[in-house]
Design a protein around this ligand. Structure first.
Ligand code: ADE
Length: 265
């Protein structure tokens, strides 16, 4: 996969060269290109922002540097894409976007290229998104319901979540199957040696060697943890994947099955 990021702080993205994603780049599984928006601002001060029309606090990013930067990225991106393919995706991190989820990470991991446009200040002039819509599939995406100072931290989170789903990036792909959100539930608790530590013991079942019992215990823990910490993840969920034992746990946790869906009683 090729990922392009446009930012006024290219150094912010440096940690994406480390660890698993760094190795993925060395191995040619991921090509990461970071571009400085100011390289596309040609006045003496390389200005990228201006005051908002209509008044109000803060500054707005000017359209001209953005259009030049995105045209430049698009040229290289299109060179590596099949003409039959859909328009490339442009992700604009914004607290006003759709919320980033594991499902969206899986969807985006299927793309041959992703371009990220990091806004700062009060955001990017809206006309850039309209203009870009003719060339890209534009997706404003939010990391969550809180406000960051700019898109860079959101891009780091998204690139890490997407990058680790690319084939070959995570050494043991099994670990992607069992983790939180892969099946709509939170992950079960994990333990390692010693079996007794400062008066806290590892749950007996994990020492039993009985793989059937261990799998059942882990599923139950996933349900209990999800109901306690993120009950909304279970509301309205399809009940079909839950067997008899799991439904008994769900009933105990206050969920009924109505028309094949989980409903809190
Ligand atoms: N930029 C500022 N806040 C953000 C958020 N919550 N998600 C993505 N980008 C942002």
């Amino acid at each position: 996969m090729r990922i392009d990021v446009v930012s006024i702080f290219p150094e912010y993205l440096a940690p994406l060269r480390l660890s698993l994603l760094g190795r993925a780049q060395e191995d040619g599984l991921l090509q990461l290109e970071v571009h400085d928006l100011r390289d596309f601002a040609f006045d003496r001060h390389r200005t990228v922002d201006d005051t908002p029309y209509g008044g109000g606090a803060g500054m707005v990013m000017k359209p001209e540097p953005w259009s030049l930067a995105l045209e430049s990225v698009l040229e290289s991106v299109l060179a590596g894409r099949d003409a039959s393919e859909d328009k490339p995706i442009l992700i604009v991190p914004s607290p006003a976007g759709e919320v980033f989820t594991q499902a969206l990470a899986y969807e985006l991991a299927e793309e041959p290229t992703l371009t990220f446009a990091c806004g700062r200040y009060e955001g990017i002039d809206e006309r850039v998104l309209d203009w870009a819509g003719e060339r890209f599939r534009v997706r404003p995406v939010s990391l969550g319901d809180y406000v960051l100072n700019g898109g860079e931290v959101a891009v780091m989170a998204m690139v890490e979540a997407i990058g680790r789903l690319l084939p070959g990036v995570v050494g043991n792909p099994e670990s992607l199957v069992e983790e939180s959100h892969s099946n709509g539930l939170l992950e079960y608790p994990v333990y390692t040696k010693p079996s007794s530590w400062r008066g806290h013991d590892v749950p007996e079942v994990l020492l039993s060697g009985n793989h059937g019992l261990i799998a059942r215990w882990r599923r139950e823990q996933q349900l209990r943890r999800t109901a306690a910490r993120r009950p909304e993840l279970l509301d309205g969920a399809d009940a079909a994947p839950f067997g008899r034992d799991e439904r008994a746990v769900l009933r105990e946790l206050g969920y009924d099955v109505v028309a094949g869906r989980l409903v809190r009683g």
